[in-house]
Structures are given as structure tokens and as C-alpha cells.
Design a protein around this ligand. Structure first.
Ligand code: FAD
Ligand code: FES
Length: 280
């Protein structure tokens, strides 16, 4: 079945839900295993799949699991509408069709020998998590790892235990901020760019990877630029409506780019003029 799916990218491969974990009020992590018992499709950090929910529809979701795990594919999904709410309400054993993985992911090899700066907003931490696994798995290939993460409130912070575990790794700095802290929050409050002044950044020897709402990425990229990061060393993961995911239908077009096949990860150098046009 895997071979057929690879031959025809429009044909979903049958997977079933192995586990569902609640991350917060509206976000769930689903672990899917191939229904045929064979290995799961391999992927690169930053790639996405088209998940087919039978009778409902299909939607693009980034892979949030560990690339070395070949038993299953992991997705972290925020319920915002019909397709996502149906997806997160799947139970163990339910069928989900998977197309992909698609797209160009994070160019981790470009960061080898350099510091890795990861900037995430909200659910944007999910597509970046495989990159963090990759860096931690090959720790000697990279310099320092700096993770800056912004969530709406303390209750919305994703992967709390992992964040705490990553913060204990050597040569790793993890900073978390929230928009609204409440009385019991002792951490940073403010948008994610307010963390830059607390981070130990060496722009000349770093590559930055950012994912979150588009407005957040616009400010993150600009701010990193003014701090001395070269535009070609800042990478952003873009989102647009998708249908085919393989460059046929044009639904994901953004200026001259098809987000599904040219991205979703682009350098700020390539995206800057488009990102500055708010209405596109
Ligand atoms: C490459 C790619 C990777 C993605 N990865 C993930 C992921 O890892 N996890 C995840 O939860 N989502 C991810 N998304 C977004 C996800 O595909 C959409 O949230 C989903 O398609 C919405 O479908 P729906 O039917 O549930 O909502 P709809 O009924 O289409 O929309 C409901 C409401 O949510 C808003 N909305 C729709 N899409 C988005 C969006 N992308 N961001 C914010 N608000 C939106 C709509 O404006 C509307 O107000 C990704 C999208 C792309 C293109
Ligand atoms: S989704 Fe069809 S061209 Fe990108």
C-alpha cells in the first residue's frame, strides 16, 4: 500500500488512530499508525500531510513527531472549524487517510555548525518540534539551541513537559512568554519578540526558524533582521488553503509561489516583499 501511495500522491494511505492526547482545551495530538502494519511514511522536519477524514474532507496538517520514529506519524491539531474539530474527535482505531508527506521542510543542514534559533507562536510549535528533535538527536552537529515560544495564556502552552526537558539540555535556552499571565504566572508576559532581549543570540553564527500566525512571523523576521540576522538565515513556514498539495490546483498560490510544493518553508529573503503586502 505504501508503494501505491508513493506512486500516486493523490491516493490516501489508510492509517488508524493509535492514541489521542489532549494538549489543552482546543488542541490534541493524534498518533496514527499504518493500517497495513508496515512502517509509517518517512518525513523531514517541517513537512506536512493531507489528512483525509472520511465523510468530512481533507486538510493540511504538519507532522509534529520525531523523524526517527518509523512506527507512526504524529500530528498536533488545534480545533478551529469543521474539519479540525472532526479530526480531533477521532477515537482509537478510527480510520484516517494520509497523503504525503509534502513540501520542503526546515533546511536543518544549513544550520550545521551554527546556533539554531527557534521562534514559535501558538500551534506553530508543532511543525517546529521535529526540527528540535533533529537538533537534539544530532547535538554535536549544531551550536547552541535557543527556543523562544509564545502562547496566549499559561493554559495554552503546548508540550509543557518537553519544554521543561529541553530547557535542561546542555547548550540549550528555552524561554516561554504568554499574552495574558493571570495571578499565578511567574514567567514572561508579552509577545514572543519581547523574549529577544532575554535570549543569548549571536546573529552572525545563527540560523533562525519561525512558525506562527503570519503577523507574528512578520514581526519576528523584521526584528531578527534589525538584530543582525541575514535574511537568508531566517526561515518561515507559510500557510495557505490547500487542495491538491502537489502543485496542480493553484489553491495555495502566494505571489509567484505555490506554498504546497515550493514551501511551506521559505527564507525571509524570498518572502519579504510578499509578507510586507498585508492584503495578499
Ligand atoms: C502547510 C500547513 C500546515 C498546517 N499545519 C497545521 C498543524 O500542524 N496543526 C493545526 O492545527 N493546523 C495546521 N494547519 C491549519 C489547518 O489546516 C487549518 O486550521 C484547517 O484547514 C482549518 O479547517 P477547518 O475546516 O477546521 O476550519 P475552517 O472551517 O476552514 O475555518 C474555521 C475558522 O478557523 C479559521 N482558520 C482556518 N484555517 C486557519 C489557519 N490555518 N490558521 C488560523 N485560523 C484558521 C478560519 O478563518 C475560520 O475562522 C496547517 C495548514 C497548512 C497550510
Ligand atoms: S494546493 Fe494545489 S497547487 Fe498547492
Amino acid at each position: 500500500m505504501a508503494a501505491v501511495a508513493q506512486l500516486d500522491p493523490m491516493l490516501p494511505r489508510p492509517y488508524s488512530v493509535a492514541q489521542v492526547a489532549k494538549e489543552n482545551a482546543d488542541t490534541f495530538t493524534l498518533m496514527l499508525q499504518p493500517s497495513d502494519g508496515a512502517a509509517a511514511d518517512s518525513f523531514a522536519p517541517g513537512q506536512f500531510s493531507m489528512l483525509w477524514i472520511f465523510g468530512v474532507g481533507e486538510l493540511p496538517i504538519s507532522i509534529s513527531g520525531n523523524p526517527v520514529d518509523r512506527d507512526r506519524l504524529v500530528y498536533t491539531v488545534r480545533s478551529v472549524g469543521q474539519a479540525t474539530s472532526s479530526l480531533v474527535s477521532r477515537g482509537v482505531g478510527d480510520a484516517v487517510g494520509v497523503r504525503g508527506p509534502f513540501g520542503r521542510g526546515w533546511p536543518a543542514q544549513q544550520a550545521e555548525g551554527r546556533d539554531v534559533v527557534v521562534v514559535a507562536g501558538g500551534i506553530g510549535l508543532a511543525p517546529l518540534r521535529p526540527l528540535i528533535y533533529e537538533v537534539l538527536h544530532h547535538r554535536d552537529k549544531y551550536g547552541r539551541l535557543v527556543l523562544l515560544y509564545g502562547a496566549r495564556s499559561p493554559r495554552d502552552v503546548l508540550f509543557r513537559k518537553e519544554l521543561a526537558g529541553w530547557a535542561r539540555q546542555h547548550d540549550t535556552q528555552v524561554l516561554v512568554t504568554v499574552d495574558y499571565g493571570g495571578l499565578s504566572w511567574r514567567g514572561h508576559v508579552g509577545v514572543v519578540t519581547t523574549l529577544f532581549k532575554h535570549a543569548r543570540l549571536e546573529p552572525a553564527r545563527s540560523v533562525a526558524f519561525a512558525c506562527g500566525p503570519e503577523i507574528m512571523m512578520r514581526f519576528v523576521a523584521r526584528d531578527l533582521g534589525t538584530r543582525g540576522f541575514a535574511r537568508e538565515n531566517i526561515y518561515l513556514s507559510m500557510e495557505r488553503n490547500m487542495k491538491c498539495a502537489v502543485g496542480f490546483c493553484g489553491h495555495c498560490q502566494y505571489g509567484p509561489h505555490f506554498i504546497c510544493k515550493d514551501g511551506p518553508v521559505f527564507s525571509y529573503e524570498r518572502m519579504r516583499s510578499l509578507l510586507e503586502k498585508y492584503e495578499l
